[in-house]
Design a protein around this ligand. Structure first.
Ligand code: FES
Length: 154
């Protein structure tokens, strides 16, 4: 069930748009801010609140790969696999992260500390390869930098 705070924030957001459908991405982000991910029940309630079908809200959630539809670890790593990152070292960064964390892309570490996910361009192409951990962007990555960066997240 949406909390009062989530509901208030979504209702405030809807007022900024000419059509409720345009508020769906922000509504999903609001729920994710509060819970870390967006469960099915929240999708249904956002739909009801905005007067849309659950399928419409769900398709928006599916379109945006940073909307998380399953529970995650305490920290979420998005590693960019788009063109600039792909040609400047993505594979070495991905392989190091997978090995260090003991997971494949899409998985969460056993201790629930990290979830490692692929991402489309993070808008940091001039600093490729890049990744995002929670709200922090890291660019010009090399495998040697990764252990120090991961150590910043408990
Ligand atoms: S391609 Fe990776 S940040 Fe743009």
């Amino acid at each position: 069930m949406l909390t009062d705070r989530e509901r208030q924030r979504i209702e405030a957001e809807v007022r900024l748009y000419p059509h409720p459908r345009a508020a769906v991405p922000e509504a999903l982000k609001i729920v994710q801010d509060h819970r870390g991910w967006v469960p099915d029940e929240a999708v249904r309630e956002i739909a009801e609140l905005l007067g849309l079908s659950p399928a419409t809200v769900d398709s928006t959630a599916t379109f945006y790969n940073m909307i998380l539809r399953e529970p995650t670890g305490r920290h979420v790593i998005f590693i960019c696999d788009n063109v600039s990152c792909w040609v400047t070292g993505y594979h070495a960064i991905r392989d190091h992260l997978c090995e260090r964390l003991g997971v494949a892309l899409g998985e969460t570490t056993e201790d629930k500390r990290f979830t490692l996910l692929p991402a489309a361009c993070l808008g940091e192409c001039d600093r490729a390869p890049a990744m995002l951990i929670d709200g922090d962007v890291y660019g010009n990555l090399t495998p040697e930098m990764l252990n120090d960066i991961l150590a910043r997240y408990d």
